[in-house]
Design a protein around this ligand. Structure first.
Ligand SMILES: [Zn+2]
Length: 276
């Protein structure tokens, strides 16, 4: 499918970032769509969902992220208490993951010599570089484990919204066997059509399943913008790097999705290396 055709017909949405606080202007959906998946954190959004009390706190951190102030953003994130709300843990995790990428991207391999200029941001020793990429990534993963723990132990496991968050947390931790069990459950719960379709697509792409093409076509036809990221991953698995890069650049022009940016950087590094 031609990427530019996929994007035609998108409207800027009225959906607000009830969880991660970033989605408002960033979520693009098909006209008349009744719900969508957040491009930033991949949470499920429907009209009428109330903004959570913490989306303002998260909004302030996004502003620091936009300004490239990694240390200030990390400090602000560290001060947020995720409490016992699993979705808050999940949304906070996306922000740490984004910061980790930013810190890692500070490092330029193009510099000559021994890259002294980058030594500080590259250093993984906590006392020399407290907000190093590894620390931020570990915190991101820790929050996903906490989200899963809370959902399993304290909440109703047949709640579609929570099953979906638990599924996405397992996927982001690369625990495919656990994700498969949750997907089975999610497919039996009624009234969660978009969450189930999206989860089936994500699982098929992440595990290289044969059904990936069919699920992707369905989500792309529904103009679910974050599914472009999975289309790109699918193209990478078919070794179509140039095409995947094109899809990701198109997505990047429309929405803020840290995972997509990370994948694009990897593809560009490979392209650069093959040119040399
Ligand atoms: Zn979000």
């Amino acid at each position: 499918m031609e990427p530019s055709k996929i994007l035609s017909g998108f409207n800027s949405a009225q959906f607000t970032g009830v969880y991660c606080g970033v989605c408002g202007a960033q979520a693009f959906i098909a006209p008349n769509a009744k719900d969508c998946i957040c491009t930033y954190c991949e949470a499920y959004l429907a009209p009428g969902m109330q903004k959570s009390g913490y989306s303002q706190q998260f909004g302030a951190v996004h502003e620091l992220i936009r300004q490239g102030k990694v240390d200030d953003a990390a400090k602000a994130l560290d001060a947020i208490d995720p409490g016992t709300d699993p979705v808050r843990h999940y949304a906070l995790s996306s922000m740490y993951s984004c910061l980790s990428d930013m810190r890692y991207a500070d490092v330029s391999y193009a510099l000559p010599g021994f890259m002294h200029q980058n030594a500080d941001s590259r250093n993984d020793e906590y006392d020399k570089n407290p907000n190093n990429s590894m620390r931020l990534l570990s915190r991101s993963k820790e929050l996903l484990f906490h989200a899963i723990y809370i959902i399993n132990d304290q909440l109703k496991s047949n709640d579609a919204a929570l099953l979906y968050i638990e599924f996405m947390s397992e996927i982001k931790l690369d625990r495919h066997a656990k994700a498969a069990k949750l997907l089975e459950k999610l497919n039996t719960v009624a009234g969660n059509e978009l969450q189930a379709s999206y989860a089936n697509m994500v699982y098929a792409v992440e595990t290289g399943g044969e059904e990936a093409d069919a699920y992707l076509s369905d989500l792309l036809a529904r103009k679910e913008l974050p599914s472009l990221y999975y289309l790109a991953r699918h193209l990478v698995s078919k070794k179509e790097l140039a095409h995947a890069g094109k899809v990701l650049r198109l997505l990047g022009g429309k929405a803020d999705m840290p995972r997509a940016l990370r994948l694009l950087k990897k593809i560009e590094a490979v392209e650069e290396a093959t040119r040399l």
